[in-house]
Design a protein around this ligand. Sequence first.
Ligand code: BGC
Length: 494
Amino acid sequence: MSLMFASPVRITPTVRSFTLTSSRRCNYTVMSAVRSDSASTCSVFTKFQNDCETPTPFLRNVADAISDDMRAGLAVEGGGDLPMILTYVDALPSGKEEGLFYALDLGGTNFRVRSVQLGGKQERVVAAESEQLSIPKELMIGTSEELFGFIASNLANFVAKEKPGRFQLETGKKREIGFTFSFPVNQTSIVSGTVIKWTKGFKVSGMEGKNVVACLNEAMEAHGLDMRVSALVNDGVGTLAGARYWDEDVMVGVILGTGTNACYVEQKQKIPKLHSKSSSGTTIINTEWGGFSKILPQTIFDQELDEESINPGEHLYEKMISGMYLGEVVRRVLLQMCKTTDLFGQSIPVKLSTPFALRTEDLCKMQEDNTDDLLSVGTILYNIFEVEANLKERKRVVEVCDTVVKRGGRLAGAGIVAILEKIERETKRMASGQRTVVAMDGALYEKYPQYRRYMQDALVELLGHSLASHVAIKHTKDVSGLGAALLAATNSIY
Ligand code: BGC
């Protein structure tokens, strides 16, 4: 089977150690619930595990339901859960692009700015430079002026530091930008669009109905920057474009990171809602699949997480499969187990009630613990929740992590299958032996080997070995910035 996956990246735990025999058990609340169950025969866990089951026939139904929603979203605006956004990207990079272009990337935990000197078919990327900053929490829920002011001021600093010898802007030309804005946007052209909704913990005020590019332009002007946005793209589109630059068989771009999304190459004839004159050829569709919500195996923990989130009722698929939420689901299950069993002793650790205290990367570190006594699981639980877990408890915690990660990985696999099958129905490329590449980016995919494995299993189960043998999942790290710069080049005004 040639289904290809990136080599796993090892994450070194940076937790401090502790002695299991220490008598320090601090910060506990007095129990209020009746704890009749024992951690080893916990009914909360058994029920949760059952509710999270995703056997192959069930996954098949999920893939089919996603497929139905894709079709409905292509037929008419708002036809299904998936908006199937027209991106106005009809031409993907050819390799011939030349000149100096910039990429801004906003949409997750970090903000990135980069410059890329493109040298055409022979030289490709001649020089590239980038800078990354984490986005201050308050800006994620602040005003649009604050957020775009932050972007423009960092862009100004970046340009000011540019080394003249390495990057050359042709005389008379403005610096052109590919702006990766990784939220659902109702795109009206390659350089304009309005935010449909915020995701991933962002809720920026003052942007209702406002063109995202206009917001950036105003901020750049205020910072004395004479630059021009030539392409507004989603990170999934950027990943697809950047990966296609190196590999002509790339048909899908998937993000599995803080948030999730998938974009793919669609035949224009198969898009009834596209009323353009030239309905031949292909275009890129941004599925915004995070919004899928049908027949998902939602548990009470998922429901509560959703209700308490910044975007209740929205992006339910994202809340089950992406990096922002997996740790939080586990924390909620552990808290409930603590309330009803003797997990972690006689009282409930205070820190277990802190939302998002457990991160998805902590789950990964715990699942990577191969020691007999699960020492690093114990260390992580101590460092985060101040609990001294015995071996049985540590094992139970790992089981909860595995349940959540397995469900997430398998559901993500079903989504990818829905897209691949749609492409296959229209092109028959896999059946005719043609390689089909899914370009993949995002820290969850990159850094969580178990998640990757579960996703891969689901893919093969649903596609079958024969079709799956023509699919390559290619880890294309950070390629979306290059993709955005390339799309700025493709859509250059010069
Ligand atoms: C957003 C998408 C984005 C994805 C990955 C989701 O929350 O809705 O637009 O592509 O995250 O960053």
